[in-house]
Design a protein around this ligand. Sequence first.
Ligand code: UDP
Length: 366
Amino acid sequence: MAVKHIYIVVGTRPNFIKVTQFKRVAAMYEDIEIKIIHTGQHYDTKMADVFFEQFELVPDHFLNIPPGSPNSQTAEIMLRLEKLIKENGAPDLLMVVGDVNSTLAAALTGYKLSIPVAHLESGLRSFDRTMPEEINRILTDEISGYFFVTEQSGINNLAKEGKPEDTIFFVGNTMIDTLVAFKTKIDQSTITAQLNIADERFALMTMHRPATVDNKEGLLKLLTVIENITLYYKLVFPIHPRTLKNLSDFGLAESFNTNKNIVTTPPLDYFSFQKLIASSEFVITDSGGIQEETTFIQKPCLTLRPNTERPVTCTEGTNTLVPFDADCIARYIAEIHNGQYKSGKIPDLWDGKSSERIVRILADIL
Ligand code: UDP
């Protein structure tokens, strides 16, 4: 029986979180071997190493690309991945994950070396081409041969773009596989005690999209929103490196010091962060993945964006797109406070078994 070799390329925090179960599942198949390639796009302890440690996942190869602009990182990933493939032999399939620069760079490398490319979390569209992630999603799907999809909108988008029906697989959400697999560890986290908020009602915030945090106007608006929330709740705000850099570049980093209701932290490890989501009153974010995690655990989520590439989180889940407007946000917070906020349901196939479905499909098609 010939063994089929699969490379999964990851590069950023949300990528790591989406691939934690593949090796475990593949170990049940004699003829499937999965290797994880880490590009190094996210490279420091808090954005990368801590996740590999918690997930007990060791990348088989580390491309160790240097920090740099999106173009230089894309180019470095392509050069180093090609070299790795030339030295080790071509895998039977290259799987790329999500919508970051590593996703597109790896897909392009595979395509140009005539290696079949599969896209995990395919077909999502915000229809907003000002988002760098949207370009990565569209171009990656354009050169992929197999499409693993988390929600119905992804199937519809890929069908409209002319992808053959038999290459599109509705498998559910591997990010939820990770939440399910590590539930006990998450429950055991002591982060609320560590942050001194175990008995508090608090909101949890993350913000890192360029549209929000790369300009002073956006950051000032964000500070107003934070002021409003902290009139009613404590606010826990793990600050993404990009946001911290911009706050400091615009001279706003000290703005939090006077407000006793804000608890800022560095980016948190996975178990701590999930425990905070579960213990919070609501989450306010511009993240992609957090819209899905809150939908799964049915926690109110206010997403400060004009669009989402994950519409099922709004139509079925607990997510709401909210304009970046203090009054509007205040209205939703009042709804949550008064117990009037909508309840949601868990989308189809978000059941912790998506990685199993994908490996079964790969065993069939390769
Ligand atoms: N996350 C985390 N620690 C944090 C903030 C986020 O573990 O301090 C997790 C979060 O639960 C989700 C993922 O990181 O699983 C989302 O990453 P991010 O928001 O950076 O990326 P996006 O999903 O927007 O691409």
